[in-house]
Design a protein around this ligand. Structure first.
Ligand code: GSH
Length: 211
């Protein structure tokens, strides 16, 4: 078995470090640094996969991108039922939350976080994105009200995919007055494997995003 993780600084690939540390699965890591001007991935990542995105993983010679798919696959191959609930009650919710993070939540949160650096979104798109961000964060706030984690009251791959977006939302001051969401993120941050992922991969978020 061989896992190679291509990690880009300040990026979603920290999720995969966290997951692999959480599972105790051995892996090799290749580090990539962002272009200081454009903040894009360096050309070396495009040599691994034409999309040039992080995370990219190579599992037994097969190259994969997309955090949700990578998390699902790595848990399926190397994890346990605890990180990917298999029972009939929790499985649908697990898959929904795992893919909700990148499928629905990422674009409004990321574009709203980056917008100030690109002259803003303008009133029409800004209004639309603002309303989306409110709806999405309220949805997660409700899900973790009275629950420690998104599904089945234990950590799963869905929480690992979600955390990056909550970090972006926090750094860019979108998180707002949502006490349960803030406490949930604190719970995730307190996990030893989360902390190890930051030690190994560096900060998840570029500090200037919060400036
Ligand atoms: N939906 C993809 C998004 C991947 C993505 O956009 N990654 C960013 C890092 S957070 C990236 O590679 N950016 C560098 C670039 O596009 O040049 C996933 O979840 O893996």
């Amino acid at each position: 078995m061989s896992i190679v993780l291509h990690h880009l600084e300040y990026s979603r690939s920290t999720r995969v470090i966290w997951l692999l540390e959480e599972m105790g699965t051995p892996y090799e890591m290749v580090r990539h640094q962002r272009d200081p001007q454009t903040f894009r991935a360096p050309p070396g990542l495009a040599e691994v996969h034409p999309l040039s995105k992080a995370p990219t993983v190579i599992v037994d010679g097969h190259v994969m991108v997309e955090s949700g798919a990578i998390i699902e696959y790595l848990i399926e191959r190397f994890g346990s039922e605890t990180l990917a609930p298999a029972n009939a009650k929790d499985r649908p919710a697990y898959l929904e939350w795992l893919h909700f993070a990148e499928g629905t939540m990422a674009s409004p949160i990321i574009f709203s976080a980056l917008a100030p650096r690109f002259g803003g979104l303008g009133p029409m798109l800004g209004g639309f994105m603002g309303a989306e961000v409110t709806k999405l964060l309220d949805h997660v706030e409700r899900a973790v009200t009275g629950h420690d984690y998104l599904v089945g009251d234990r950590l799963s791959g869905a929480d690992i995919n979600m955390a990056y977006l909550l970090e972006v939302a926090t750094a860019s001051k979108q998180i707002g007055d949502r006490p349960h969401l803030i406490a949930y993120l604190e719970r995730l941050r307190a996990r030893p494997a989360y902390q190890k992922s930051i030690e190994i991969g560096g900060p998840m978020i570029f500090a200037a995003i919060s400036a």
